[in-house]
Ligand binder design. Structure first.
Ligand SMILES: [Zn+2]
Length: 187
């Protein structure tokens, strides 16, 4: 969010450097009234800063990681959930006893978790908390985070962060200044 006009920043690649991008308040025809065009910040360090802060937060206990609830009072959904959970349990036993390879275990486990998440959505009409099942130690948090695809990472960010405000640069130095960034946490 722009620290001058509070409009949404857009990302754009840096001219001549296709792998670098910036977030900027961009004035375009038709939206001069809402976008001041006065803010721009380097994309990669901003993403890194936000990720670091989020992983720090996730490494602390007290963040809700409520696992998917077994749907109460919905016999059909409860039965389905029980089947998936016992399959996951069996899978874990097979993996720890060496009967299946780690890669197969991870694939099957992911499939089971996805089935539980779909069941949750179907039953309650709301998605599962994206933080469910997140570990609590810093190294584990980072490892799990890096294994998530972009959509799942975004879902985690959306749960925790309301806004990222970027204030105007104090000097014209090209160096990234983390003090310009203010994060609006949800909790
Ligand atoms: Zn602006």
């Amino acid at each position: 969010m722009c620290g001058k006009c509070e409009s949404r920043l857009n990302s754009r690649t840096v001219a001549g450097e296709p792998r670098r991008w910036r977030y900027a308040c961009i004035r375009l025809p038709g939206r001069q009234a809402t976008h001041c065009g006065g803010i721009s910040i380097s994309g990669e360090p901003l993403d890194e800063l936000v990720t670091d802060l989020v992983l720090d937060l996730l490494s602390e206990p007290g963040i809700s990681r409520e696992a998917p609830r077994v749907p109460d009072g919905k016999p059909e959904a409860m039965r389905k959930a029980a089947v998936i959970q016992s399959r996951l349990q069996e899978l874990l036993v097979n993996y720890t006893s060496g009967r299946i390879a780690r890669a197969d275990y991870l694939i099957a486990q992911e499939r089971g978790k996805k089935a539980l998440a779909e069941l949750h959505l179907e039953t309650f009409g709301t998605p599962v908390n994206p933080l469910a099942g997140f570990p609590t130690t810093e190294a584990d948090v980072r490892q799990v985070w890096e294994g998530l695809n972009l959509d799942r990472q975004r879902a985690v960010l959306r749960v925790l962060i309301k806004t990222v405000l970027v204030r105007p640069a104090v000097s014209h130095a090209p160096r990234f200044d983390p003090n310009r960034v203010e994060i609006g946490w949800r909790a």
